[in-house]
Design a protein around this ligand. Sequence first.
Ligand code: 5GP
Length: 142
Amino acid sequence: MAYDDSNIFAKILRGEMPSFKVYEDDKTLAFMDVMPQAEGHTLVIPKFPAENLFDLVPDYAVAMALTVKRLAPAVKKAFDAPGLMIVQLNGSAAGQTVFHIHTHIIPRAHGLELKFHAREMADFSELKNHAARIIEALGESA
Ligand code: 5GP
């Protein structure tokens, strides 16, 4: 299927929609998931028009992986998370709902159930605070 640049992440990349940004470089952008499955749920997207991993060119796949690798310790630290779930869904059959490829970084803890996927909108002031915590942790690890 052809990439549809009216998807929400394409709009965020073009600056047409706001996001709570935590990191950006020339090939990737990372921001808070607006309907987090756990506190600190962060998304990493490549600045490349691909729906999924099958369409993504290798250098942007590498860039996305490197940004995940860079952010993961900061998310872990910011939310004092004993574990992190890092997932990337390809196609509606896999549960993908936004058709610009992205990787989820989700803090996990024993006994803490995940919230439903893409269901409940978080409070924006809370998301702003969570983004600030990750940015601070990133600064400490730089
Ligand atoms: P997918 O189901 O495609 O793997 O994940 C899409 C993710 O994007 C979901 O976790 C959902 O909560 C999140 N999401 C949907 N719309 C928006 C939005 O407008 N802004 C942000 N920051 N996240 C969104």
